[in-house]
Design a protein around this ligand. Structure first.
Ligand code: 13P
Ligand code: SF4
Length: 365
């Protein structure tokens, strides 16, 4: 009997067409034993195999009600961790390529957040004054930190509700790792830019003085998404010159000036729904990842809608793109052999605390 798992090398050189066929065959054999969840940034070559698609919040909500033994996550590492934390105890979460991380999530880690906790505790009692909020784009141990310190997780969809809740608990918020989402959400709630200084975790006291910290309402972690950071106000101005009746829609991870000059700002699901529900022949400039925009542009063409990507350079989430047909076919065929590879399992204590902050989020939103 062969007890070894199939090595990825056996799939590395396969043509996409061959992989597509093997994915479809594997899905047929596995049936209800697996469910494939796909984030909107995935390339069409794997996205089309998703049983359910969504933004981070929608995908997290789905997970609580899934019967399948295996959850195959077409997304990035933190999303698969959330699936493992919120899924049933005997469910197995698989990420087809373990290198599919999120570069923004990597901009905060537990060592730096705990150091921040100690530094801020010199100025005030952290647990009395500050609610830590982590964007769902973060490692499970940071969600656990929030669970332990009365904090919560947020997504691009529910950030306003979560901030409102946080200010009912304590007077300040430490928001990590995405400064852009924190700033935009705070601004829309009426918090001034001066009350939202940037906390640089690599500098003593975040690079701030005590007065600035005491006057702050939201301390914004110095982190951002490299993909969304590419969008510029000048892209919007150029589009408006050419299409004065055109609409601008952006993800809140985009820079503040871009969000401020957009007609709509919201999650990936919000962007898709807004454009799909818009009138025929409307024109849209979209400030989010390229795979989503390309797919939407193609889908909307028959309705005469123009859907244009915001930047002139390619802004693809290169880590998300690591989930390709070769990796998907490989993981599925190993499951057929009952030898799953690339299992995402959050350590028990960490998962318990992280679940606290995720459950708080799901209750609030
Ligand atoms: P959404 O939750 O809006 O899908 O965003 C996830 C993400 O990583 C955007 O870069
Ligand atoms: Fe992370 Fe940015 Fe990719 Fe979203 S687009 S998963 S924030 S690197």
């Amino acid at each position: 009997m062969n007890t070894a798992t199939i090595k990825f090398e056996a799939f590395e050189g396969l043509q996409n067409d061959e992989c597509q066929k093997r994915i479809l065959d594997a899905k047929k054999i596995l049936g209800k034993k697996i469910i494939i969840l796909g984030h909107h940034y995935q390339n069409e070559s794997v996205y089309k195999h998703s049983d359910l698609t969504g933004d981070s919040l929608k995908l997290a909500k789905y997970v609580s009600n899934l019967e399948a033994k295996y959850i195959i996550f077409l997304g990035v590492h933190f999303m698969a961790e959330v699936a493992n934390i919120l899924g049933r105890a005997n469910q197995i979460t698989v990420l087809p390529d373990l290198a599919a991380g999120c570069s923004m999530a990597d901009m905060a880690n537990l060592t730096k957040v705990e150091r921040t906790f100690r530094e801020l505790s010199k100025v005030m009692n952290f647990d009395e004054k500050i609610t830590p909020i982590t964007y769902i784009n973060s490692a499970a141990d940071l969600k656990a930190f929030c669970g332990e310190h009365g904090g919560v997780v947020c997504t691009s969809t529910n950030a306003p509700k979560i901030l409102e809740w946080a200010f009912k608990q304590r007077e300040k918020v430490l928001f990590f790792p995405d400064q852009n989402l924190g700033r935009w959400t705070g601004y829309k709630m009426g918090v001034s830019l001066e009350e939202m200084p940037v906390w640089d975790p690599d500098l003593p006291l975040g690079g701030l003085d005590e007065k600035t910290i005491k006057d702050a309402k939201i301390l914004l972690w110095k982190g951002h998404c490299a993909v969304h950071q590419m969008f510029r106000l000048q892209h919007i101005n150029l589009f408006k010159e050419k299409h004065p009746d055109g609409m601008i829609i952006s993800h809140p991870e985009a820079p503040f000036e871009v969000c401020k000059n957009s007609d709509f700002v919201g999650s990936t699901e919000f962007i898709l729904n807004t454009i799909k529900e818009a009138k025929p022949n409307t024109k849209w400039l979209v400030g989010t990842e390229l795979n989503l925009v390309n797919r939407l542009a193609k889908e909307m063409r028959p309705e005469g809608k123009l859907v244009q990507f915001m930047s002139h350079v390619v802004c693809e989430c290169s880590t998300m793109a690591r989930i390709d047909p070769q990796h998907l076919a490989w993981t599925l065929e190993n499951i057929i052999d009952d030898k799953p590879v690339n299992i995402i399992k959050v350590p028990e204590r960490e998962a318990k605390l992280a679940k606290l902050s995720l459950d708080r989020m799901l209750q609030i939103s």
